[in-house]
Design a protein around this ligand. Structure first.
Ligand code: AMP
Ligand code: GLY
Length: 422
Protein backbone atom coordinates (compact mmCIF):
# COMPACT_ATOMS: atom_id res chain seq x y z
CA UNK A 1 0.00 0.00 0.00
CA UNK A 2 1.32 3.48 -0.85
CA UNK A 3 0.49 6.06 1.83
CA UNK A 4 0.55 9.86 1.72
CA UNK A 5 0.59 11.81 5.00
CA UNK A 6 -0.35 15.50 4.84
CA UNK A 7 1.34 17.97 7.20
CA UNK A 8 4.77 19.01 8.40
CA UNK A 9 4.94 18.81 12.20
CA UNK A 10 5.89 16.46 15.00
CA UNK A 11 2.50 14.78 14.73
CA UNK A 12 3.18 13.91 11.10
CA UNK A 13 6.69 12.63 11.88
CA UNK A 14 5.17 10.39 14.56
CA UNK A 15 2.56 9.13 12.05
CA UNK A 16 5.30 8.49 9.49
CA UNK A 17 7.53 6.71 12.02
CA UNK A 18 4.68 4.41 13.10
CA UNK A 19 3.30 3.70 9.62
CA UNK A 20 6.82 2.95 8.33
CA UNK A 21 6.89 -0.06 10.69
CA UNK A 22 3.94 -1.74 8.98
CA UNK A 23 4.33 -4.78 6.74
CA UNK A 24 1.41 -3.47 4.72
CA UNK A 25 3.40 -0.45 3.59
CA UNK A 26 5.02 -0.24 0.17
CA UNK A 27 5.93 3.43 -0.17
CA UNK A 28 5.48 6.30 2.25
CA UNK A 29 5.22 9.94 1.19
CA UNK A 30 4.74 13.09 3.24
CA UNK A 31 3.59 16.46 1.87
CA UNK A 32 5.24 18.74 2.65
CA UNK A 33 6.93 16.97 5.60
CA UNK A 34 10.14 18.05 7.37
CA UNK A 35 13.70 16.82 7.82
CA UNK A 36 12.48 14.09 10.20
CA UNK A 37 9.77 12.69 7.92
CA UNK A 38 12.40 12.66 5.17
CA UNK A 39 14.29 10.03 7.21
CA UNK A 40 11.40 7.53 7.13
CA UNK A 41 9.67 8.38 3.84
CA UNK A 42 9.84 10.65 0.82
CA UNK A 43 8.91 14.31 1.23
CA UNK A 44 6.93 15.96 -1.57
CA UNK A 45 7.04 19.73 -1.64
CA UNK A 46 3.33 20.59 -1.82
CA UNK A 47 1.39 22.30 0.99
CA UNK A 48 -1.46 20.29 2.52
CA UNK A 49 -4.03 22.93 1.52
CA UNK A 50 -3.10 22.92 -2.20
CA UNK A 51 -5.75 20.37 -3.19
CA UNK A 52 -4.96 20.38 -6.93
CA UNK A 53 -1.28 19.91 -6.12
CA UNK A 54 -2.12 17.03 -3.77
CA UNK A 55 -4.27 15.46 -6.49
CA UNK A 56 -1.30 15.40 -8.87
CA UNK A 57 0.89 13.73 -6.24
CA UNK A 58 -1.74 11.12 -5.45
CA UNK A 59 -2.10 10.13 -9.12
CA UNK A 60 1.60 10.33 -9.89
CA UNK A 61 2.66 8.18 -6.92
CA UNK A 62 -0.33 5.80 -7.04
CA UNK A 63 -1.35 6.57 -3.48
CA UNK A 64 -3.81 4.11 -1.88
CA UNK A 65 -4.47 5.95 1.40
CA UNK A 66 -4.22 9.59 2.50
CA UNK A 67 -3.80 10.48 6.18
CA UNK A 68 -4.54 14.12 7.03
CA UNK A 69 -2.57 15.56 9.98
CA UNK A 70 -3.66 19.20 10.53
CA UNK A 71 -7.13 20.76 10.72
CA UNK A 72 -6.80 23.31 7.92
CA UNK A 73 -7.22 20.97 4.93
CA UNK A 74 -10.06 19.17 6.73
CA UNK A 75 -12.00 22.34 7.49
CA UNK A 76 -11.36 23.48 3.90
CA UNK A 77 -12.90 20.21 2.65
CA UNK A 78 -10.12 17.94 1.42
CA UNK A 79 -12.23 14.85 2.14
CA UNK A 80 -15.10 16.22 0.03
CA UNK A 81 -12.62 17.22 -2.71
CA UNK A 82 -11.57 13.56 -3.03
CA UNK A 83 -15.13 12.22 -2.94
CA UNK A 84 -16.26 14.64 -5.67
CA UNK A 85 -13.36 14.01 -8.05
CA UNK A 86 -13.73 11.24 -10.65
CA UNK A 87 -10.07 10.24 -10.44
CA UNK A 88 -9.76 10.44 -6.65
CA UNK A 89 -13.10 9.23 -5.38
CA UNK A 90 -12.02 5.64 -4.71
CA UNK A 91 -8.99 6.72 -2.66
CA UNK A 92 -9.72 6.80 1.07
CA UNK A 93 -8.92 9.86 3.15
CA UNK A 94 -8.42 9.46 6.92
CA UNK A 95 -9.98 12.66 8.25
CA UNK A 96 -13.61 13.83 8.31
CA UNK A 97 -15.49 15.64 5.57
CA UNK A 98 -16.14 19.38 5.84
CA UNK A 99 -19.34 18.90 7.81
CA UNK A 100 -17.66 16.59 10.34
CA UNK A 101 -14.68 18.92 10.62
CA UNK A 102 -17.10 21.61 11.87
CA UNK A 103 -16.70 19.94 15.28
CA UNK A 104 -13.41 21.85 15.29
CA UNK A 105 -14.07 24.53 12.66
CA UNK A 106 -17.05 26.10 14.44
CA UNK A 107 -17.36 26.41 18.21
CA UNK A 108 -21.06 27.22 17.78
CA UNK A 109 -21.63 24.04 15.75
CA UNK A 110 -19.80 22.00 18.41
CA UNK A 111 -21.82 23.54 21.25
CA UNK A 112 -25.17 23.02 19.49
CA UNK A 113 -24.16 19.42 18.77
CA UNK A 114 -23.24 18.79 22.42
CA UNK A 115 -26.47 20.30 23.71
CA UNK A 116 -28.54 18.27 21.23
CA UNK A 117 -26.86 14.99 22.21
CA UNK A 118 -26.68 15.83 25.94
CA UNK A 119 -22.91 15.75 26.06
CA UNK A 120 -21.62 17.51 29.20
CA UNK A 121 -20.06 20.90 28.40
CA UNK A 122 -20.03 24.46 29.80
CA UNK A 123 -23.21 26.56 29.47
CA UNK A 124 -22.89 29.06 26.62
CA UNK A 125 -24.39 31.73 24.39
CA UNK A 126 -23.43 32.60 20.81
CA UNK A 127 -23.39 36.22 19.58
CA UNK A 128 -22.58 38.51 16.63
CA UNK A 129 -22.04 42.27 16.39
CA UNK A 130 -25.80 42.70 15.78
CA UNK A 131 -26.54 41.00 19.12
CA UNK A 132 -23.75 42.74 21.08
CA UNK A 133 -26.30 44.21 23.52
CA UNK A 134 -27.67 40.78 24.31
CA UNK A 135 -24.12 39.47 24.67
CA UNK A 136 -23.40 42.13 27.33
CA UNK A 137 -26.59 41.24 29.18
CA UNK A 138 -25.50 37.57 29.00
CA UNK A 139 -22.08 38.48 30.44
CA UNK A 140 -23.74 40.46 33.26
CA UNK A 141 -25.54 37.30 34.36
CA UNK A 142 -22.36 35.19 34.36
CA UNK A 143 -19.68 34.96 37.01
CA UNK A 144 -16.05 35.97 36.48
CA UNK A 145 -13.83 34.80 34.80
CA UNK A 146 -15.45 35.21 31.38
CA UNK A 147 -14.55 32.82 28.57
CA UNK A 148 -14.75 34.29 25.03
CA UNK A 149 -14.18 32.02 22.05
CA UNK A 150 -13.91 32.98 18.38
CA UNK A 151 -16.29 30.70 16.50
CA UNK A 152 -13.85 29.76 13.73
CA UNK A 153 -10.24 28.59 13.45
CA UNK A 154 -7.82 31.13 14.92
CA UNK A 155 -4.56 29.16 15.08
CA UNK A 156 -5.07 28.35 18.76
CA UNK A 157 -5.30 32.02 19.75
CA UNK A 158 -9.07 32.50 19.63
CA UNK A 159 -9.89 31.87 23.30
CA UNK A 160 -9.71 34.70 25.84
CA UNK A 161 -10.26 34.30 29.58
CA UNK A 162 -10.90 37.64 31.25
CA UNK A 163 -11.59 38.45 34.90
CA UNK A 164 -12.97 41.98 34.74
CA UNK A 165 -16.49 42.48 33.34
CA UNK A 166 -15.86 45.76 31.53
CA UNK A 167 -12.64 44.41 30.02
CA UNK A 168 -14.57 41.34 28.90
CA UNK A 169 -17.17 43.54 27.14
CA UNK A 170 -14.42 45.53 25.44
CA UNK A 171 -12.57 42.39 24.35
CA UNK A 172 -15.80 40.92 23.04
CA UNK A 173 -16.39 44.00 20.92
CA UNK A 174 -12.84 43.87 19.52
CA UNK A 175 -13.33 40.22 18.62
CA UNK A 176 -16.70 40.80 16.92
CA UNK A 177 -15.21 43.72 14.99
CA UNK A 178 -12.73 41.35 13.37
CA UNK A 179 -9.78 40.75 15.70
CA UNK A 180 -9.48 37.23 14.29
CA UNK A 181 -10.88 38.07 10.86
CA UNK A 182 -13.95 36.10 9.83
CA UNK A 183 -13.21 33.56 12.60
CA UNK A 184 -14.55 35.99 15.22
CA UNK A 185 -17.57 37.54 13.51
CA UNK A 186 -19.37 35.12 15.80
CA UNK A 187 -18.23 34.60 19.41
CA UNK A 188 -19.22 31.91 21.89
CA UNK A 189 -19.35 33.03 25.53
CA UNK A 190 -18.92 30.17 27.96
CA UNK A 191 -19.26 29.45 31.64
CA UNK A 192 -15.78 29.04 33.16
CA UNK A 193 -15.05 25.49 34.29
CA UNK A 194 -12.44 24.92 36.96
CA UNK A 195 -10.50 21.66 36.95
CA UNK A 196 -7.64 19.75 35.36
CA UNK A 197 -7.44 19.10 31.62
CA UNK A 198 -6.91 15.79 29.82
CA UNK A 199 -7.33 14.76 26.20
CA UNK A 200 -8.92 11.60 24.84
CA UNK A 201 -8.62 10.38 21.26
CA UNK A 202 -10.51 7.96 19.07
CA UNK A 203 -10.12 6.71 15.54
CA UNK A 204 -13.57 6.04 14.08
CA UNK A 205 -14.83 4.48 10.85
CA UNK A 206 -18.26 6.02 11.38
CA UNK A 207 -19.68 2.87 13.03
CA UNK A 208 -16.97 1.58 15.34
CA UNK A 209 -14.18 3.33 17.13
CA UNK A 210 -10.89 2.52 18.81
CA UNK A 211 -10.06 4.32 22.03
CA UNK A 212 -6.43 5.45 21.78
CA UNK A 213 -4.29 6.23 24.85
CA UNK A 214 -5.19 9.48 26.63
CA UNK A 215 -2.68 12.29 27.12
CA UNK A 216 -2.09 15.55 28.91
CA UNK A 217 -0.32 18.41 27.20
CA UNK A 218 1.31 21.56 28.54
CA UNK A 219 0.22 24.63 26.60
CA UNK A 220 1.95 27.51 28.37
CA UNK A 221 5.47 28.55 27.40
CA UNK A 222 6.76 28.94 30.96
CA UNK A 223 7.34 26.63 33.95
CA UNK A 224 4.37 26.15 36.33
CA UNK A 225 1.94 26.91 33.48
CA UNK A 226 2.88 30.57 33.16
CA UNK A 227 3.25 32.89 30.17
CA UNK A 228 1.74 32.76 26.71
CA UNK A 229 -0.14 29.85 25.17
CA UNK A 230 1.74 27.72 22.63
CA UNK A 231 0.78 24.81 20.42
CA UNK A 232 2.00 22.54 23.22
CA UNK A 233 5.34 22.25 25.05
CA UNK A 234 5.23 18.61 26.07
CA UNK A 235 2.91 15.72 26.84
CA UNK A 236 2.50 12.69 29.06
CA UNK A 237 0.55 9.45 28.58
CA UNK A 238 -1.05 7.72 30.46
CA UNK A 239 -2.61 10.39 32.68
CA UNK A 240 -2.77 9.13 36.29
CA UNK A 241 -6.04 10.87 37.19
CA UNK A 242 -7.78 9.35 34.16
CA UNK A 243 -8.68 6.26 36.18
CA UNK A 244 -10.78 3.37 34.83
CA UNK A 245 -13.81 4.87 36.51
CA UNK A 246 -13.21 8.29 34.94
CA UNK A 247 -12.54 6.73 31.53
CA UNK A 248 -15.83 4.82 31.76
CA UNK A 249 -17.65 8.11 32.32
CA UNK A 250 -15.88 9.64 29.33
CA UNK A 251 -16.83 6.69 27.14
CA UNK A 252 -20.46 6.57 28.27
CA UNK A 253 -21.26 10.26 28.49
CA UNK A 254 -19.04 11.76 25.83
CA UNK A 255 -17.47 9.41 23.28
CA UNK A 256 -20.50 7.12 22.77
CA UNK A 257 -22.97 10.02 22.37
CA UNK A 258 -20.58 11.83 20.01
CA UNK A 259 -20.26 8.84 17.65
CA UNK A 260 -24.02 8.33 17.86
CA UNK A 261 -24.73 12.02 17.27
CA UNK A 262 -22.52 12.19 14.19
CA UNK A 263 -24.37 9.25 12.67
CA UNK A 264 -27.74 10.71 13.61
CA UNK A 265 -26.75 13.97 11.87
CA UNK A 266 -25.89 12.01 8.73
CA UNK A 267 -22.22 12.89 9.09
CA UNK A 268 -20.09 10.10 7.69
CA UNK A 269 -17.11 10.66 10.01
CA UNK A 270 -13.98 8.67 9.21
CA UNK A 271 -10.94 9.86 11.09
CA UNK A 272 -9.67 10.97 14.45
CA UNK A 273 -11.65 12.82 17.10
CA UNK A 274 -9.72 14.67 19.80
CA UNK A 275 -11.79 15.30 22.94
CA UNK A 276 -10.31 18.17 24.95
CA UNK A 277 -11.78 17.53 28.40
CA UNK A 278 -11.73 19.09 31.82
CA UNK A 279 -12.26 17.10 35.00
CA UNK A 280 -14.47 19.11 37.34
CA UNK A 281 -14.60 17.26 40.67
CA UNK A 282 -14.81 13.73 39.29
CA UNK A 283 -16.90 14.57 36.24
CA UNK A 284 -15.70 15.03 32.65
CA UNK A 285 -16.82 18.02 30.54
CA UNK A 286 -15.90 18.79 26.93
CA UNK A 287 -13.86 21.99 26.46
CA UNK A 288 -13.34 21.46 22.74
CA UNK A 289 -13.40 18.95 19.93
CA UNK A 290 -10.66 18.71 17.33
CA UNK A 291 -11.12 16.84 14.06
CA UNK A 292 -7.56 15.48 14.13
CA UNK A 293 -4.91 14.18 16.48
CA UNK A 294 -3.13 16.56 18.85
CA UNK A 295 0.42 17.81 18.57
CA UNK A 296 2.47 16.99 20.71
CA UNK A 297 -0.03 14.45 22.06
CA UNK A 298 0.49 12.18 19.03
CA UNK A 299 4.17 11.97 19.96
CA UNK A 300 3.20 10.13 23.18
CA UNK A 301 0.03 8.36 21.98
CA UNK A 302 1.50 6.50 18.99
CA UNK A 303 4.59 5.14 20.78
CA UNK A 304 2.22 3.41 23.23
CA UNK A 305 0.34 1.59 20.45
CA UNK A 306 1.73 -1.91 19.94
CA UNK A 307 -0.49 -2.96 17.03
CA UNK A 308 0.03 -2.29 13.34
CA UNK A 309 -1.23 1.28 12.97
CA UNK A 310 -1.54 1.09 9.20
CA UNK A 311 -3.73 -2.00 9.49
CA UNK A 312 -6.01 0.05 11.71
CA UNK A 313 -6.11 3.00 9.29
CA UNK A 314 -6.70 0.72 6.32
CA UNK A 315 -9.76 -0.78 8.04
CA UNK A 316 -11.47 2.63 8.35
CA UNK A 317 -12.83 2.98 4.78
CA UNK A 318 -14.20 -0.59 4.98
CA UNK A 319 -15.81 0.14 8.37
CA UNK A 320 -13.96 -2.86 9.75
CA UNK A 321 -12.15 -1.23 12.67
CA UNK A 322 -13.70 -3.65 15.13
CA UNK A 323 -12.03 -6.58 13.35
CA UNK A 324 -8.46 -5.30 13.72
CA UNK A 325 -6.35 -6.34 16.73
CA UNK A 326 -5.48 -3.41 18.95
CA UNK A 327 -3.21 -3.28 21.98
CA UNK A 328 -1.38 -0.61 23.91
CA UNK A 329 1.53 -0.85 26.31
CA UNK A 330 1.21 0.00 29.99
CA UNK A 331 4.51 1.83 29.76
CA UNK A 332 4.55 5.61 30.16
CA UNK A 333 5.45 7.91 27.29
CA UNK A 334 6.60 11.49 27.70
CA UNK A 335 7.67 14.13 25.25
CA UNK A 336 9.56 17.38 25.80
CA UNK A 337 9.27 19.98 23.06
CA UNK A 338 12.39 21.97 22.17
CA UNK A 339 11.45 25.37 20.73
CA UNK A 340 13.14 28.37 19.12
CA UNK A 341 14.04 31.30 21.39
CA UNK A 342 11.24 33.88 21.27
CA UNK A 343 8.47 31.39 20.49
CA UNK A 344 5.44 31.77 20.62
CA UNK A 345 6.36 35.33 19.57
CA UNK A 346 8.92 36.11 16.86
CA UNK A 347 11.83 33.74 16.44
CA UNK A 348 14.60 33.03 13.95
CA UNK A 349 14.86 30.05 11.63
CA UNK A 350 17.80 28.29 10.02
CA UNK A 351 19.81 27.47 13.18
CA UNK A 352 21.94 24.35 12.76
CA UNK A 353 20.85 21.49 15.08
CA UNK A 354 23.52 19.14 16.44
CA UNK A 355 23.62 16.11 18.71
CA UNK A 356 21.22 13.71 16.99
CA UNK A 357 23.85 10.92 16.93
CA UNK A 358 24.25 10.97 20.72
CA UNK A 359 20.55 10.28 21.39
CA UNK A 360 20.17 6.53 21.71
CA UNK A 361 17.23 5.83 24.01
CA UNK A 362 14.66 8.48 23.01
CA UNK A 363 12.74 9.07 19.80
CA UNK A 364 13.35 12.50 18.31
CA UNK A 365 10.33 13.63 16.33
CA UNK A 366 10.97 16.68 14.17
CA UNK A 367 8.34 19.41 14.54
CA UNK A 368 9.90 22.31 12.63
CA UNK A 369 13.07 21.38 10.76
CA UNK A 370 14.43 21.37 7.23
CA UNK A 371 17.62 20.40 5.45
CA UNK A 372 20.07 23.08 4.35
CA UNK A 373 23.52 22.24 2.88
CA UNK A 374 23.23 18.69 4.24
CA UNK A 375 22.63 20.02 7.74
CA UNK A 376 19.41 19.82 9.73
CA UNK A 377 18.27 23.33 10.65
CA UNK A 378 15.39 24.83 12.60
CA UNK A 379 12.38 25.82 10.51
CA UNK A 380 9.64 26.67 13.02
CA UNK A 381 8.76 27.72 16.55
CA UNK A 382 8.43 24.19 17.80
CA UNK A 383 11.51 22.31 16.58
CA UNK A 384 11.96 18.83 18.13
CA UNK A 385 9.83 16.59 20.34
CA UNK A 386 11.99 14.28 22.45
CA UNK A 387 9.89 11.22 23.32
CA UNK A 388 10.75 8.47 25.76
CA UNK A 389 9.03 5.28 26.84
CA UNK A 390 9.72 3.72 30.26
CA UNK A 391 8.14 1.78 33.10
CA UNK A 392 7.18 4.96 34.93
CA UNK A 393 6.54 8.52 33.78
CA UNK A 394 9.33 9.68 36.09
CA UNK A 395 11.85 7.46 34.28
CA UNK A 396 10.49 8.48 30.89
CA UNK A 397 10.75 12.17 31.76
CA UNK A 398 14.29 11.75 33.05
CA UNK A 399 15.23 10.10 29.75
CA UNK A 400 13.55 12.82 27.64
CA UNK A 401 15.37 15.54 29.59
CA UNK A 402 18.71 13.71 29.42
CA UNK A 403 18.43 13.54 25.63
CA UNK A 404 17.02 17.03 25.14
CA UNK A 405 20.22 18.25 26.83
CA UNK A 406 22.29 16.46 24.15
CA UNK A 407 20.52 18.23 21.29
CA UNK A 408 21.45 21.79 20.63
CA UNK A 409 20.76 24.81 18.48
CA UNK A 410 21.26 28.51 19.10
CA UNK A 411 18.66 29.91 21.55
CA UNK A 412 16.86 26.60 22.11
CA UNK A 413 14.42 26.40 25.02
CA UNK A 414 12.29 23.73 26.64
CA UNK A 415 10.08 23.67 29.68
CA UNK A 416 11.85 22.09 32.64
CA UNK A 417 8.68 20.84 34.34
CA UNK A 418 6.62 18.66 31.99
CA UNK A 419 4.46 16.37 34.15
CA UNK A 420 4.97 18.59 37.22
CA UNK A 421 1.31 18.53 38.21
CA UNK A 422 0.69 14.78 37.93
P1 AMP B 1 -10.05 25.76 23.41
O1 AMP B 1 -9.35 26.35 22.21
O2 AMP B 1 -11.52 25.76 23.33
O3 AMP B 1 -9.45 24.43 23.78
O4 AMP B 1 -9.62 26.67 24.65
C1 AMP B 1 -8.26 26.94 24.95
C2 AMP B 1 -8.01 26.77 26.42
O5 AMP B 1 -8.82 27.68 27.16
C3 AMP B 1 -8.39 25.41 26.96
O6 AMP B 1 -7.37 24.47 26.79
C4 AMP B 1 -8.65 25.72 28.41
O7 AMP B 1 -7.44 25.79 29.14
C5 AMP B 1 -9.26 27.09 28.37
N1 AMP B 1 -10.73 27.02 28.37
C6 AMP B 1 -11.52 26.95 27.30
N2 AMP B 1 -12.83 26.88 27.65
C7 AMP B 1 -12.85 26.94 28.98
C8 AMP B 1 -13.90 26.93 29.95
N3 AMP B 1 -15.20 26.88 29.60
N4 AMP B 1 -13.57 26.99 31.25
C9 AMP B 1 -12.26 27.05 31.62
N5 AMP B 1 -11.23 27.07 30.77
C10 AMP B 1 -11.51 27.02 29.46
N1 GLY C 1 -1.78 20.29 21.61
C1 GLY C 1 -3.07 20.77 21.35
C2 GLY C 1 -3.57 20.56 19.99
O1 GLY C 1 -3.02 19.83 19.19
O2 GLY C 1 -4.60 21.15 19.67
Amino acid sequence: MNVLILGSGGREHAFAWKIAQSNLLSKLYIAPGNAGTGLVGTNLDVPATNFEGIKKLVLQHQINLVVVGPEDPLVKGIHDFFRNDEELKSIPVIGPDQKGAQLEGSKEFAKEFMVKYRIPTAAYGSFTLETYGKACAFLDKMKSPYVLKADGLAAGKGVLIIHNISEAKEALKTMLEGQFGSASTKVVIEEFLSGIEVSFFVLTDGENYVLLPEAKDYKRIGANDTGLNTGGMGAVSPVPFATNEFTQKVVQRIIGPTIHGLKAEGIHYQGFIFFGLIKVGNEPFVIEYNARMGDPETEVVLPRIESDFLELLAAVPEKKLSEVPFSITNKAATTVMMVSGGYPGDYQKGKVITGFESVTDSLVFHAGTSVNNNQIVTNGGRVLAVTSLAGTKEDALQCSYKNAAKLSFDQSYYRPDIGFDL
